[in-house]
Design a protein around this ligand. Structure first.
Ligand code: PEP
Ligand code: MG
Length: 886
């Protein structure tokens, strides 16, 4: 079995096997770009190691052979005392997991080869000893789990002994001393000397990279990003090149376009005389890439040429890592770069203009989650608010929240439902929990490619990085800025687009994209690259999609907004919302009625109110279908809670007040109390036991439709019966409804459909029978999930879902994204059997899943006619329905 690939043997499409980094190093090698030679150990080797706990047979020999070939090509041997070949050992999984796994640099250095390295570098002892101490530090920390702080303390001590804060002030002797100190730390923690055998160093480093796949933070990151847990990482063994050989060396990161806005231009950070991870870690402040032009024009020009070539080759924004060793440019990594939601749309549009991709491809390159992000509100700034600091707008959005300084505190407060801003000097992978919990992240150090920035962008979290006017004091739990002190618990607002930081809570306003959807920005006539790109891609999605998109709306205002957002009708109008507010009293009367005439009086009072509601909605949705669902929730939801009522009655009795009415109410509440109300008297069951209730609603709907039609409108009412589990239930309701429809439409013909929700598993499994009585089905996937899994939708998310997510029983809440295998199967069965019984049966979905990107793809596959979702999700569903086709 082949476990090791030379860079010349791979290509960019082998990410499963070689990981992203390995596949792209191979691709660049084959493009003839300057990549330091090396080889990649496959993810299969990692998987084998992780399952069996040892390296698979044959791996050691293959590594040996590839190492020998590398040594021949370089004319050096690994760790040779005179002239050592040194390598880096780098992780690289299929999906990028920034900073989550391990890397060890300078493998091959030992007490002897450090001298050879110095000779190689022109008797540069300082450089050689600095490289050696870095090896012991990285190797100790990542391979042998020596606490990193110990090395950092030793380094700090060496610096303070020298009276400096700058690593560069340490000379060769200082660093030699530091190596000794590091070795002692290493021996103390591991019980052995630092390994001097180069091949042993290499093998241990490879093993550590394999194992880092299961490091806690990597596991957490994968869960957050929904990366499967069994992929494993590849390991790249790469010839070392040095950015820390002096002022004519350096290292940097660059993007071929701005990953924040999508704008074309030179975009990146450079750090002279530095090695590898210094830039990404945000340890020293970098300079803009443009300054490299002054420092080293020929490398700069070569780099720009390579960046253009990579963009053309990958047909996308690329990010790269490079090192310059004494004026010679080396490419250490490239990949299709992460970007903000806005940049994703803008770049997709630009690439279409540049002829690199077509519109179908552009539609692939964006997604509904990104569009949803672009619909977040923006800060509404007027003179009252002045920024106290400006950092780098590292990940857009407007976030306000309570300041916290540690990951643990962020998690704690977020669990209490508070919005928090995590403030750090810089973040590192251990802050991941806090970053997930926080609304936004603010750092005082680090560029756009620092850990905080990269991770926040990936998560879609607002982030301002490198706001260096802020002086963060974590132990004291405060920061100071512009002469003011902000303590833990104070509120700040951060703008991840402009990088501005405000004290207090800044109010928000709709984003430009929302203004565009609202119709108040004309994409043809404004100079806004984002809005134009969104318009173009949405138009294409609309042209491609087969699924229609409706909305869930209960009021005229919601219906109107959703229609502006592109809704093609209402898929769910929940009528219970019309029973609240001052109408509650009428509902109480209905519930408390002892005799038929009392009940009828209550219903009669409700009828015109309901009718007026429907008129408003039909007008807003004129010409488009409106599915009105008959009342669904248990009626006691309209009554006061038992305990409160009991207390009120007791208190009033005490005072000697007349409580006859309250007592009747209390008795009714007691009578109607249910242990499992979601499985009790609700939905169609209400219609079957409370005389006249459904009839009143049906009459209100049809009378409203007739009224609209009479005044020249084109209402398209669809009456929907909830919670049906047996066709007989539907038949009973339908027979009554048809009589009313027949009577009311006598004066003016209006077509009224009668259908049902499919939200009880039995309904899904008897869909063939139910279709005989239904003109349409709408899947209520909220209840179908609740009843399919037996999960109380109101209780489980906070109670134990975290554990289910932790155990990987599911990767995301089944209430958020459809469980394809179980609940999805019910949908599939019902769709097939329903259509078999009644060809042309109209099928839709109106559970929350109708606005979830993954679920929209599923509903497309199953062949539904439409999805229905909340107004703000309508554009997301339109986009995803288009993406499901291309
Ligand atoms: C459903 O169950 O999916 C549904 C849309 O109805 P409700 O959420 O009102 O129960
Ligand atoms: Mg339901």
């Amino acid at each position: 079995h082949k476990y090791v690939y030379d860079f010349s043997e791979g290509n960019k499409d082998l990410k499963d096997l070689l990981g992203g980094k390995g596949a792209n190093l191979a691709e660049m090698t084959n493009l003839g770009l300057p990549v330091p030679p090396g080889f990649t150990i496959t993810t299969e080797a990692c998987q084998a190691y992780l399952t069996t706990g040892r390296e698979p047979d044959g791996l050691a020999g293959q590594i040996e052979a590839h190492l020998e070939a590398l040594e021949r090509a370089m004319g050096k041997r690994l760790g040779d005392p005179q002239d050592p070949l040194l390598v880096s050992v780098r992780s690289g999984a299929k999906f990028s997991m920034p900073g989550m796994m391990e890397t060890v640099l300078n493998v091959g250095l030992n007490d002897e080869s450090v001298v050879g390295l110095s000779a190689q570098a022109g008797q540069n002892d300082r450089f050689a000893w600095d490289s050696y101490r870095r090896l012991i530090q990285m190797f100790g920390k990542t391979v042998c789990e020596v606490p990193g702080e110990e090395f950092e303390h030793a380094l700090d001590e060496a610096k303070s002994a020298k009276g400096t804060h700058d690593d560069l002030d340490l000379d060769a002797d200082d660093l030699r001393g530091l190596v000794d100190a590091y070795k002692k730390i290493f021996a103390k923690h591991t019980g052995r000397e630092f390994p001097q055998q180069p091949r042993e160093q290499l093998d241990l480093a490879i093993r550590a990279v394999f194992e880092s796949w299961n490091a806690e933070r990597a596991v957490l990151y994968r869960r957050q990003e929904r990366i499967p847990a069994d992929l494993g990482t590849a390991v790249n063994v790469v010839t070392m090149v040095f950015g820390n050989l002096g002022p004519d060396s350096g290292t940097g990161v660059a993007f071929t376009r701005d990953p924040g806005s999508g704008a074309q231009g030179i975009y990146g950070d450079y750090l002279a005389n530095a090695q590898g991870e210094d830039v990404v870690a945000g340890i020293r402040n970098t300079v803009g890439l443009q300054e490299l032009e002054q420092l080293d024009k020929s490398s700069y020009d070569e780099l720009l040429g390579i960046m253009a070539r990579l963009e053309e080759h990958y047909r996308d924004l690329c990010d790269i890592e490079f090192t310059i060793e004494r004026g010679k440019l080396w490419m250490l990594q490239t990949r299709v770069g992460k970007r903000t939601a806005a940049a994703a749309f803008v770049i997709a549009g630009q690439l279409v203009d540049e002829g690199l991709i077509d519109l179908d491809e552009a539609l692939h390159r964006v997604n509904g989650a990104q569009l949803a992000q672009l619909m977040f509100p923006r800060f509404q700034l007027d003179h009252e608010f002045e920024a106290v600091a400006t950092g780098i707008g590292a990940s857009p959005g407007a976030a306000s929240g309570t300041v916290v300084f540690t990951s643990a505190r962020a998690v704690e407060l977020a669990a209490e439902g508070k919005s928090v801003i995590l403030v750090r000097r810089e973040t590192n992978p251990d802050d991941l929990n806090g970053m997930i919990a926080a609304q936004g992240i603010l750092t005082s150090r680090g560029g756009k490619t620092s850990h905080a920035a990269v991770v926040a962008r990936g998560m879609g979290k607002t982030c301002v990085s490198g706001a260096d006017a802020i002086d963060v004091n974590v132990p004291a739990k405060r920061f100071t800025v512009a002469g003011q002190t902000v303590n833990e618990g104070d509120v700040v607002s951060i703008d991840g687009t402009t990088g501005k930081v405000y004290l207090g809570e800044v109010p928000v306003m709709p984003s430009e994209v929302v203004q565009y959807f609202e119709g108040s920005l004309d994409p043809e006539h404004i100079d806004n690259a984002l809005v134009r790109a969104v318009h173009r891609i949405m138009t294409h999605a609309d042209g491609k999609r087969r699924l229609a998109v409706r909305t869930n709306a209960d009021t005229g205002a919601d219906a109107a907004r959703a229609r502006r957002f592109g809704a093609e009708g209402i898929g769910l109008c929940r009528t219970e919302h019309m029973f609240l507010g001052d109408r509650r009293e009428l509902v109480e009367r209905l519930i408390l009625a002892r005799a038929a005439d009392e009940r009828e009086a209550a219903l009669e009072a409700l009828l015109p109110l309901q009718r007026a509601d429907f008129v408003e909605i039909f007008r807003e949705m004129d010409g488009l279908p409106v599915t009105v669902r008959l009342i669904d929730p248990p009626l006691h939801e309209f009554l006061p809670p038992l305990e409160q009522l009991a207390v009120n009655v007791a208190v009033a009795q005490e005072r000697g007040e007349d409580v006859a009415k309250e007592e009747a109410l209390l008795a009714a509440v007691r009578r109607m109390h249910e242990e499992n109300p979601m499985l009790g008297l609700r939905g169609v069951r209400l219609g079957l036991v409370i005389p006249g209730l459904f009839a009143m609603q049906v009459r209100a709907i049809v009378e409203a439709a007739v009224e609209c039609a009479q005044s020249g409108g084109d209402p398209k009412p669809e009456i929907m019966v909830p919670l049906v589990g047996a066709v007989q239930e539907l038949e009973t309701v339908r027979a009554e409804a048809e009589k009313i429809i027949e009577e009311v439409t006598r004066e003016k013909a209006v077509e009224v459909l009668i259908g049902t929700m499919i939200e009880v598993p039995r309904a899904a499994l008897t869909a063939g029978q139910i279709a005989e009585a239904a003109q349409f089905f709408s899947f209520g996937t909220n209840d179908l999930t609740q009843m399919g899994w037996g999960f109380s939708r109101d209780d489980v998310e906070g109670a134990f879902f975290w554990r289910y997510l932790e155990l990987g029983i599911f990767g995301i809440s089944p209430f958020e994204s459809i469980d394809r295998d179980g609940v999805g199967r019910l949908v599939r069965i019902a769709a097939e059997e329903g259509r078999a019984a009644r060809p042309g049966l109209k099928l839709g979905v109106c559970g929350e899943h109708g606005g979830d990107p993954d679920s929209v793809h599923f509903f497309h596959e199953v062949g539904l006619d439409y999805v229905s979702c909340s107004p703000f999700r309508v554009p997301v569903a339109r986009l995803e329905a288009g993406r499901a086709v291309v």
